[in-house]
Structure formats: structure tokens, C-alpha cells
Ligand binder design. Sequence first.
Ligand SMILES: [Zn+2]
Length: 287
Amino acid sequence: MLVSAKDMLNKAKAGKYAVGQFNINNLEWTKAILQTAQELNSPVILGVSEGAGKYMCGYKTVVGMVNGMLEELNITVPVALHLDHGSYEGAKKCIEAGFSSVMFDGSHYPIEENIAKTKELVETCNELGLSLEAEVGAIGGEEDGVVGSGEVADPKECKMIADLGVTMLAAGIGNIHGKYPANWAGLSFDTLAEIQELTGTMPLVLHGGTGIPADMIKKAISLGVSKINVNTECQLAFAEATRKYIEAGKDLEGKGFDPRKLLADGTAAIKATVKEKMELFGSVGKA
Ligand SMILES: [Zn+2]
């Protein structure tokens, strides 16, 4: 059964580790992430962007697939199904479809409007026992066509949103979605420390986890980050393994063209990436 991300993140915050959010794109992705979480006895958050939701034929299809897998694969670790960077309308649709967690990204609205819309969703999510992630200040890079440039949030605005009673808070600290540029300035730990100081026990979320050096990840966790989003890294691992399979001509040998064989190496590569991240984040054995 899907669970809210609240308990797993509060435990992570208290225990100074982070739970990974791994974005899903299809059946192979979902299966790879769930199996790895179960093998490592780790809590996990499955992230779905609005674009990926559309690709997978809508939120109801996603909920059906994930719930089916939890049962058929005997998954017993805590799993949250979470809308990533949701619009206000998207968040409502996911709540109706059966997601256990949603992100409302109002970071592009003026702070007053972000607060008003977030507040309304806090009430809905509280009533239904769902977790809600809010965001302050644009995070850089590109996600579903939205471009930014490693922006940094205002800690006072973070406190205003945290005080609304959201479950977890995403705040820009110089992180970027996608691949990091060679001249990236790194994470702003001063900002993170200030946000943590003002928001207390609120689990903080680090977006754009692909390509942030391990020591920076560990420092961010020590400063209150309890959820780290990983998306691009699984995509790169899947693409590389699949390319190697085809370049080696394996799809031309025997029944190597069978999608169950064709996608097997890529799926194994996602599993390896998820394992590596769970070990780095410290969530192994914390289910
Ligand atoms: Zn993000």
C-alpha cells in the first residue's frame, strides 16, 4: 500500500539521512526502483512529473501500475507515489487519482499567491493524510521545458511557506536540474544553514541531485536535507547500457530483439544507480 512521505521523511530528518526520490518513466523504471528499495530495505519515493504522467497515459494508469507492482512484487518497504513539480491543477488531479504525495511548485508565482495556493492544498492533503511538498524560489536548469539558472531562495520566504504546515520544503540553494555546467558554483551551504535554522524540523528537499559531488550531498544532509531528487542520472545510465547492448549487436543475436531482453541491461543499470544513491544518502536498512 502506498504511504504518505511524512513519516519516512521525519525519520530521515531525525536520523540525519535522506530518502531518494527517483522519477519513473515506464514499467521498467518503476520495477527497477521498487525492487532495489526492497532488496536494500530502504524507504523510497517514486516521482512523476506532469510530462511523465502524460507519457504513461495519465495519473490513473500510474496509480494502477504502481499499486499492482506493490502487491505482485511483495513490496513491504514504505513507498510514496509523488507528483514532481506539480501545477495547482495537476496536484488536484493526482490527489483524485490516488497519489500518496504531491508537490505543488508555486515558485514562479509571487510569494503571496504561492502562499495562498499552498495553504489551500495543505488543508486538502491534511484531510486525506497525504504529504505535500512546496517550493520557494526557482531552482535552475531545465525540467519539462522550464529553464532557470541555479537560483537561491530567500530563507524568510522559506519560513513563511514552512509555517503553512507543508510536509517538506524545496528551496533553491544553487542546485540545477539536469547536467551541471562545468563552471557551476556549487551548493550555497550558507543559505541552506540559514533555511534550516529558520524552519527547524521541516524536512528539506534537494532537487537536481544528478552530478552533485558526494561530499556536497553528505554536507547537505548534515544541514537538514532529508529528500533528494534523482532523475537524469537514471536516464543516462539506462541510455548508456541500452546503447552498448545495441552497439554490441546483441539485438541481432537470437531473440535479442525481444523487448524483455533489449531493455534488460538498461533496467539493470537503473537498479545499480538507485543502489549507489541509496547507499550515499544513508537510507539503506531504514525501512
Ligand atoms: Zn525538481
